[in-house]
Design a protein around this ligand. Structure first.
Ligand SMILES: O=P(O)(O)OP(=O)(O)OP(=O)(O)OC[C@H]1O[C@@H](n2cnc3c(O)ncnc32)[C@H](O)[C@@H]1O
Ligand SMILES: [Mg+2]
Length: 476
């Protein structure tokens, strides 16, 4: 379960058609909406400018820690979806593909009409998406530049709207289409008028509603759904007039809506780096990566490990302390990958062995070392030491590094105390776990479930310290 909000953006109020559907289909989700009414309409603008505006809105939402982004705007989807997907690691959902799929499901004669803004029509995004699924489909697209201004000036129910819609759709009527995609999230507000002009034999496709079905599926797929939320968050922001937004939104959503104004100059111009959406755990030890991923999963941050970057040269662990090695690994990989990197350097310190194996824990057995060989050496070194004098400590030092800032790592240390037993017990965990006995729990670390281990272990201890500080460190 993930309690972070889902972010929705649109050029204006039109994207609320998607939000309304989200409220219906996903009532437990926290929702933040931003409409860029001050710079509306997006339709006639060059794609590069739409992309730049879209990024500003996205940055605003990233700073609010969204777990998924919905581009509730066809023009912005056509201009920016690929770019956003390439650079963000939260799932990004656009409106064009879901709308295209629905149109293909609906059409019987294979001729689909699309009405959209100039930008969307020019991009040919619907025709491309529809034909990529069915190359025989015939798609006729037409720009309707007057529809968005009618909706945004709260005229959707007026005689003006009726005239604009009737005139705009005349050429569409003669084509023999049986399905019409409302390829702009503003258009569903004009739905009765559009249906009236097109007649009962043409099925209207509301891309927004289809989009929410896709959102719902992705929430399940990425295990991001919020299943228990008695007081869901509903936040509405506009770069234009809050009262105008409130009037249209309240009328349309059938309830009083409160909106906040965000001035354009307050929209971040750079990609927000306050909290990353992906962290690379710089470890080749799968056991460690599994334990660390638990915390980031909870924070909604995607985790990659060195296994995802097989070409990367290894950083040598030449330090004399856990901290030195953790920093070497975190900094080395962060500079190479240009991503935030978390490294763990950890090990076992046995009092009777003067703190050995310590930083040599992974390679204690020397050449050809592995867990079994390391454990065998440990037991042989301790063969003369009585059971009640085998005090030992697991230590984990975590270093979090950002590219370009090697001197500013966030470093935390966790520890757990126990005893080394002569007979291994338990199959969980990794490394020295079957020999590390915790008297207070009456079992070894390898007899604990992953959850239990995380609650008592050196790494769990360090991760909790990291979690408490990492937000401030990133923003600082
Ligand atoms: O350096 P990376 O790639 O992260 O993986 P590694 O296994 O080499 O990791 P270290 O250099 O930090 O060495 C830590 C060793 O200490 C041991 N160790 C650390 N944490 C442990 C844990 O939670 N349970 C059991 N053994 C652990 C284990 O043998 C590890 O290989
Ligand atoms: Mg190592």
């Amino acid at each position: 379960m993930n309690k972070q909000p889902i972010g929705f953006i649109d050029s204006g109020v039109g994207g609320l058609t998607v939000v309304i559907e989200a409220l219906r289909q996903l009532p437990n989700e926290n929702i933040i909406f931003l409409g860029d009414q001050a710079r509306l309409p997006y339709g006639p603008r060059p794609a590069s400018q739409v992309r730049a505006f879209t990024w500003q809105m996205v940055n605003f939402l990233l700073a609010k820690h969204i777990k998924m982004l919905v581009i509730a705007c066809n023009t912005a989807t056509a201009a920016a979806l690929d770019d956003l997907r390439a650079k963000l690691s939260i799932p990004v959902v656009g409106v064009i593909l879901p709308g295209s799929r629905a149109a293909l499901r609906s059409t019987k004669n294979g001729h689909i009409g699309v009405i959209a803004t100039e930008g969307t029509v020019k991009s040919d995004a619907y025709a491309k998406a529809i034909r990529s699924k069915d190359s025989r489909a015939k798609v006729t697209s037409m720009a309707q530049p007057k529809f968005v201004p009618v909706v945004e000036s709260n005229e959707a129910h007026s005689a003006v709207a009726k005239k604009v819609v009737a005139e705009g759709l005349q050429p569409m009527k003669r084509l023999g289409i049986d399905t019409l995609v409302m390829g702009c999230t503003h258009y569903p507000l004009l739905r009765p008028l559009i249906q009236n002009v097109m007649g009962p034999n043409v099925t209207l496709i509301d891309s927004g509603a289809e989009t929410v079905s896709e959102v719902s599926m992705l929430l399940d797929y990425f295990d991001l759904a919020n299943t228990d939320n008695p007081n869901p968050l509903r936040e509405y922001h506009t770069t234009g007039s809050a009262s105008m937004f409130e009037t249209i939104a309240s009328d349309w959503m059938g309830q009083a809506i409160h909106a906040d104004r965000v001035t354009i100059s307050d929209l971040p111009t750079d990609v927000v780096t306050s909290l990353p959406t992906t962290v690379v755990v710089a470890s080749k030890n799968a056991g460690k990566v599994r334990e660390i991923a638990v915390m980031f999963d909870k924070l909604g941050v995607a985790v990659k490990s060195l296994a995802d970057f097989p070409e990367l040269p290894s950083v040598q662990e030449t330090g004399a302390t856990f901290e030195e090695n953790a920093r070497l690994k975190a900094d080395g990989y962060a500079q190479a990958l240009e991503l935030p990197v978390l490294a763990d350097d950890s090990g076992l310190q046995v009092d009777a062995l003067d703190g050995m194996p310590g930083v040599f824990s992974a390679r204690y057995a020397g050449k050809g070392h592995n867990d079994a060989a390391n454990n065998a050496k440990l037991i042989s070194e301790l063969s003369e030491v009585p059971a009640d004098q085998r005090h030992a400590h697991f230590v984990s030092v975590l270093a979090l590094a950002r590219p370009g800032k090697p001197d500013e790592d966030l470093v935390v240390r966790g520890q757990v105390d126990g005893m080394i037993v002569g007979i291994p017990q338990g199959d969980n965990g990794f490394g020295y776990d079957p020999y590390f006995y915790l008297p207070a729990f009456g079992k070894t670390m390898a007899q604990m479930t992953p959850d239990e281990k995380n609650q008592v272990s050196h790494r769990g201890d360090a991760l909790r310290k990291l979690e408490a500080r990492w937000d401030g460190w990133f923003k600082g």
